[in-house]
Design a protein around this ligand. Structure first.
Ligand SMILES: NC(=O)C1=CN([C@@H]2O[C@H](COP(=O)(O)OP(=O)(O)OC[C@H]3O[C@@H](n4cnc5c(N)ncnc54)[C@H](OP(=O)(O)O)[C@@H]3O)[C@@H](O)[C@H]2O)C=CC1
Ligand SMILES: O=CC(=O)O
Length: 327
């Protein structure tokens, strides 16, 4: 008998077909107040779930006694309570690497758009307010040759560094908990403390995962250390930044501008001060949102799911200890 799984996100039909060949699939294109009661009903005897964003914690797991694998269609897995999942000998997987270039493109685009004030200028042109040559009040700042600080130099951070080093001649500073010798060699990147990056970089990109150690990693103190001309870009998770402190830093002129793809609350409230500031460029958490990359992520997540249920090693296993202990 095929194992029963729930796919709770819209995925390409080829991906769905592959999962259907191997599993009995209950499919929800999305979860909302209409579909949630049925979802929880089906969860009672599901062996696998495939999707993204759902909070999988103790309370959730209590309702899923047969669960063997949680396959996230995202690289970040702050939605998963890994200790609790692992305690129950459930496999957890994510989708690293296949999205690095697309996310780096988005984050670099956000950095450029913020530095060169593209959304503001676009709005000016489209609203018919381009009536004379653009004056100094609408100039941006150069990106090329400026110093880029990357906090969280992993897969995505490295792809950002590649663009900055080879395309924009930017000196690169980075901060991780441990040094990454490969990026130091490939991109002549310099390892720094968080404080040094804040003090020295012209552009600061935050790309750490959200963990208990990175909640509000960047707050009042860090913004005070930054240059008044600094541009801050967050591509990690909203909660890695103290958003109130960021609003104050932007309002007080402690930093020049910010580009944000992620927010503590998503979708961001239409009342949020960020939305009323010309020096903030916002995106709706679309780092990896291209047809090609989302397909690759869904394929990888489906492969993780199917292999995990077959007792084989999924390509991107998060909790290695479950696999080695159980099998
Ligand atoms: N905006 C979007 O659409 C997207 C956002 N993301 C976010 O980006 C995050 C990073 O993804 P990815 O690059 O693939 O992940 P990686 O695991 O490859 O890289 C994360 C990096 O962060 C560093 N890091 C972890 N904890 C800390 C810490 N406490 N202080 C400083 N550095 C730290 C790690 O280095 P070390 O272990 O040495 O500290 C590592 O180099 C994801 O977890 C997700 O939250 C991902 C995809 C799309
Ligand atoms: O935010 C997206 C992810 O893949 O993580």
């Amino acid at each position: 008998m095929k194992p029963k799984v729930i796919v709770y996100k819209k995925v390409d039909s080829t991906v769905l077909d592959y999962v259907r060949e191997n599993c009995e699939v209950i499919y929800f294109e999305k979860l909302d107040s209409d579909s949630l009661p049925t979802f929880y009903q089906e969860l009672k005897d599901a062996e696998g779930i495939l999707g993204s964003g759902l909070k999988v914690d103790e309370q959730f797991l209590e309702q899923a006694p047969d669960l063997k694998i949680v396959s996230n269609i995202s690289v970040g897995y702050d939605n998963l309570d890994i200790p609790e999942i692992t305690k129950r000998k459930i496999i957890a997987t994510n989708t690293p690497d296949v999205l690095n270039d697309s996310v780096a493109d988005t984050i670099f685009g956000l950095l450029l758009a913020t530095a060169r004030r593209m959304p503001e200028l676009n709005q000016m042109v489209k609203s018919g307010k381009w009536t004379s040559q653009v004056g100094e009040n609408l100039y941006g700042v150069d990106v090329h040759h400026k110093t880029l600080g990357i906090i969280g130099m992993g897969g995505i951070g490295s792809a950002i560094a590649k663009r900055a080093h080879f395309g924009f001649d930017m000196p690169i500073l980075y901060h991780n908990r441990s040094r990454n010798l490969e990026v130091e060699q490939r991109f002549q990147a310099t390892y720094c403390t968080l404080e040094e990056i804040c003090q020295q970089a012209d552009f600061i990109c935050l790309m750490t995962p959200l963990t208990s150690k990175t909640v509000k990693l960047i707050g009042e103190k860090e913004f005070k250390h930054m240059k008044k001309s600094a541009i801050f870009v967050n591509g990690s998770r909203g909660a890695t930044v103290d958003e109130d402190a960021l609003v104050r830093a932007l309002q007080n002129g402690d930093i020049l501008a910010a580009g944000l793809d992620v927010f503590a609350q998503e979708p961001v409230s239409p009342e949020h001060p960020f939305l009323f500031m010309d020096n903030v460029v916002t995106l709706p958490h679309i780092g990896s949102a291209t047809y090609e990359t989302r397909l690759k992520m869904a394929k990888l997540a489906a492969e993780n799911l199917v292999l995990g249920l077959q007792g084989k090693l999924p390509p991107s296993l998060i909790n290695q200890e479950v696999f080695t202990k159980v099998r």
